[in-house]
Ligand binder design. Structure first.
Ligand SMILES: *Cc1c(COP(=O)(O)O)cnc(C)c1O
Length: 434
């Protein structure tokens, strides 16, 4: 049993969280020595698997033809957004502000096209090698043939999701031929469920939170040995799929002449739900770019699950509900009350800190980015902007910021239907006019 009274004595910041006030949590173990469960070779293994599947994507998802079957997003300079933010920031952004535009990733329009799709590919490759005749040197376009579709239809893939993970996994798994079930929490947007159903995915809806949906999904999948469950609360494959972003980003930084060294630190702002996608990316960045890249996570004040887990060291053993925090947010991608089993542990020495933010401030940033740069994000994905001012205030004494680069990781949004996008903009505009 958790002793909340003792925890409140040991970590007075929990009181701030209970009052829903924005909080910066500085990680006391940052840049310390640690044993990690994997290294850079695992990232390259995952990258190689994506490369093997590139010919499959070209035939099965022609929208990936321009990038030769590779799922990647652009790194976008945001001079106008920087100017807009600096007008109101107490701590001005020096150096450059960029968007890692995962909202434009093919297939799901979100960061889940990295981890979620990767785990489906890994499972499909295993089945195709063990029960079909696939070998590593094949052109994987053959996986789009009817005989493989038939083979895969003997297997199921299941997942619990607040929306985007289900979308990415559902679309690819169904296309390969797997029987696919997505267990959706109450927060999941209707259009995401509709889209999956239109593709023949079995969508199971719960009038409850994510922890409940994933537990039910896991239970049902465990009862059927032909079903493979993709576990957002603790999967190493998901994690490594996300980490591949670092190799790609390093190339983009070089191409755009963006230096990362002692005098040119790079700060990366990532929204955290269970903490899997931001941790996978942050782990990759630390392995590939080294000590001068500094990841920071963003979480809503009403559902700071990773912050609570890492601060107390309890990780997945504590949920925001245990602390009497209500867990409500407009950021559906972040509507997760209990963090992943692995993210906090791996991030122990790799994460600079976390910053919580107010939902309504996030809605304003959705509008600001749209108005200044004409880029559409879903609310979660704009939260990197929302935490910037406060984080800069914390960094200024410890880092040379004149030549720093700042990357806001935009985790999703390009597939949001027009009406939903208009509703987000209306909400944010009303807030700006207050
Ligand atoms: C999934 C998601 C996140 C957070 O990822 P976690 O792995 O749950 O931490 C953030 N933003 C969007 C849009 C997402 O879909």
């Amino acid at each position: 049993m958790l002793d909340m009274d003792q925890l409140l004595k040991d970590y007075p910041e929990i009181k701030t969280m209970q009052e829903y006030k924005p909080l910066f949590w500085q990680n006391p173990d940052y840049q310390g020595k640690a044993e990690l469960p994997f290294g850079i070779e695992h990232i390259f293994d995952a990258e190689a698997r994506f490369q093997r599947f590139a010919p499959y994507f070209e035939v099965a998802f022609p929208e990936t033809l321009p990038t030769h079957g590779i799922l990647e997003s652009p790194l976008v300079d945001l001079p106008k957004m920087k100017a807009v933010l600096n007008q109101k920031f107490a701590h001005k952004i020096e150096g450059n502000l960029y968007l890692k535009a995962d909202n434009y990733l093919p297939i799901s329009g979100s960061i889940k096209s990295r981890g979620g799709i990767y785990e489906v590919l890994k499972f499909a490759e295993k089945v195709a090698m063990e029960h079909g005749d696939l070998v590593y040197g094949d052109n994987y376009a053959i996986l789009h043939e009817e005989r493989y579709h038939k083979l895969f239809s003997n297997y199921g893939i299941a997942v619990g999701s607040t929306g985007n993970l289900g979308l990415s996994i559902g679309i690819v798994a169904q296309k390969l031929g797997f029987n696919t079930s997505v267990h959706m929490s109450a927060d999941a947007a209707q259009w995401k469920k509709d889209k999956l159903r239109s593709k023949g995915v079995n969508v199971v809806e719960y009038n409850d939170n994510f922890s409940h949906a994933i537990t039910e999904g896991r239970k049902q999948a465990d009862a059927d040995p032909s079903v493979y469950f993709i576990d957002d609360e603790g999967s190493y494959d998901l994690f490594l799929g996300y980490s591949v972003a670092a190799i790609r980003l390093q190339t983009q930084l070089k191409a755009q002449g963006i230096k990362v060294d002692k005098d040119h630190p790079l700060f990366v702002y990532l929204p955290a739900g269970v903490g899997g996608s931001p941790s996978g990316v942050a782990f990759g960045l630390k392995q590939v770019l080294g000590e001068h890249v500094h990841p920071v996570f963003a979480e809503p004040t009403h559902i700071p699950s990773v912050t609570l887990g890492m601060m107390t060291g309890l990780n997945d053993k504590i949920s925001v509900y245990d602390a009497g925090i209500d867990g409500t947010t407009k950021a559906d991608g972040l509507a997760v009350g209990r963090p992943s089993r692995i993210a906090g542990k791996i991030m122990k020495t790799l994460l600079l800190g976390t910053q919580t933010f107010d939902d309504q401030e996030m809605m304003k940033d959705v509008v600001r980015l749209y108005d200044s740069e004409n880029i559409r994000l879903e609310p979660s994905a704009a939260s990197g902007f929302t935490i910037l001012d406060q984080v800069l205030g914390q960094l200024v004494s410890d880092f040379p910021l004149e030549n720093a680069s700042h990357i806001v990781w935009a985790t999703g949004g390009s597939m949001v239907p027009k009406e939903d996008m208009l509703a987000y903009l209306k909400d944010g505009k009303a807030e700006l006019n207050k």
